[in-house]
Design a protein. Sequence first.
Length: 280
Amino acid sequence: MGTIIDVKEIVKNKKEELKVRIEKLRQNQVIPKLAVILASNDSASRVYVGNKRKLCQELNVLEEEYILDENVTNEDLISLISRLNEDKSVDGILVQLPLYPHLDESRILNTIIPSKDVDGFHPYNLGKLVIGEDTIVSCTPKGVMTILDSLGMDLAGKNAVVIGRSRIVGKPMAQLLLARNATVTVCHSKTKNLEEYTKKADILVVAIGKPHFIHQAMVKEGACVIDVGINRVDGKLKGDVDTQDVLEKVKYITSVPGGVGLTTVVSLIENLVEIAEKRI
Ligand code: NDP
């Protein structure tokens, strides 16, 4: 019988560490500030922005929000981001996705100056990640690494399988695991015989967006399974992994809710603090 990883405890420790760093910044007259842009009617996005606001308040960092209505144009957003790029009091700029459908996501994300790209989505930061240079890393994969590190696991030579290849989760996740010398396989919707890969995974990271897609027969005995998926089913949150089914066979697993989602938001503040620390 495996263990459900206590992500709450991991997050608690991370917050304590961040509080110390934020206090040190304050002693140097630096108060980190996050600018959040919401340009959609998506209800989940509003919840996510609310969670970010709450954590900023808890950790004593500044947060300002720009809530834009449906009439906003690409040019409006680009000029707002350009202004925030210039504003020396702003450390991180976050554009909550998804955007209103008429907006050009790539163009807008690419307008954020890489040094304030607190989400790590800019091609410059993704490129630095690929070549193994120190950079701002996308929050969800960064949070997954925090979870793996808390288990004290040596990833070198381990078979790591990532399912999903999005710009925000799968691709940066694979790069982070590769940087730790894992042998990494990336699977996606065109992968044939997915089970053949997942059954060999010492570390399986699942970021598909399909509720309870991964079941016991698909995992390796003693594996560590990280469930990134967040799916709303009948008003309840479900991951991409059938946790109870898989738990019998694996060593570690994260739950949904109470898993990766908790580390994602803390990683955002960690990125913000890292950026602000460059001011001193
Ligand atoms: P995307 O929809 O951008 O990507 C999904 C990926 O899954 C794609 O690469 C797709 O392949 C792949 N995929 C889809 N179906 C299958 C299948 N049957 N077999 C194998 N691969 C498949 O999603 P995101 O990466 O943005 O998010 C993934 C999940 O993680 C979602 O549930 C999302 O809500 C959640 N999420 C959770 C976060 C957290 O903080 N916990 C943060 C961000 C996301 P292809 O490329 O071929 O289409």
